[in-house]
Design a protein around this ligand. Sequence first.
Ligand code: DGL
Length: 365
Amino acid sequence: MTLHWLQSARSARSIIGLAAALMIGLASPATAQQASGTALARVLVLGTGGTIAGQANARAGNAYDSGKVSAANLIAAIPGIDRLAQISAEQISSIGSQDMNDKVWFDLVKRIRAAIDNKEVDGVVITHGTDTMEETAFFLQNVLDTDIPVVLVGSMRPSTAIGADGPANLYDAMRVASAPESRGRGVLVVLNDTIHGARWVQKTNTTSVQTFRSPDVGPVGYVDTGSLRFLQPAIPAKAAKLKLPDAPPLPRVDIIYSHANMDAAEVEDAVKRGAKGIVLAGVGDGNSSKSAIDALAAAAKQGVVVVRSTRVGSGYVNRNVEVEDDKLGFAVSLDLNPQKARVLLELLIANGVTEPGAVQQAFAQ
Ligand code: DGL
């Protein structure tokens, strides 16, 4: 397998990248290792469930149940995937990712760390539902300290559907996870021939196979059965990673969704429920009604860590524009959407980082 990355600047990459790609030509799907007779990369597949493992059920229409097919059986059904890597498959959970939770996250980290420490693997693929894939990817990115590719993959159609997209996505994920060029790029998400970085990727469409996008920055690369291309060189990973407590759960962080005609009740309820942190999915630039902002300021005074994010779906949340963050003791999520801001805030609080300035610094990294 020949791989290329194109050293084009982000702003110009769609035009330059396309032209360069055409000039370079498509790579053969046969691997470089096969051509040279060297061993295939060792890739560990960890199944968690999701639509990729979904099966039609007896209910009418397109009804299906997530997480019914094992990762091993998903692999076994893909012709030629065994020519990409030496594959081993294990099941961590069998759930729809709407039920993703701290226990599965801790189990994933434990297994991946053990595989790395024992030098068992050159890459990891995680099969996962698409609903919360971006949260798991971002969680892993913040706690795993490794250069090896860790690739999350899912599908929008269950394995029994006409035109199921799971097999192609899993094949593509295997190509990415087995490629040396994928090292040092953090945790990746692969769906519909597109590779995204964990910090930026978001699910943006309820049903389309092109649901994942990285607003403001775009994907990090493209992959299909014939080629693998990264659009930029790998950025060396930062050494400092957040520590995980010995066991779940992580500290409670609630997301409060802002809307017209909003009062203080939801913020006050979150504080009563024992939230250690609150992420505001604010309107516009992370804003909310005066009542809600006042309640958030009161919460911050009591030691609840408050981070303002936005429900908008793209763009940065800026400090001290309409809301006086310095005065009120808030941090802003910058480019992180509310669900990812929640993950980072849980980890920061677990690591004892609660002072607004320190929280803000961590979000900026
Ligand atoms: N049940 C959802 C999940 O597992 C379906 C979405 C999907 O996997 O594509 O996330």
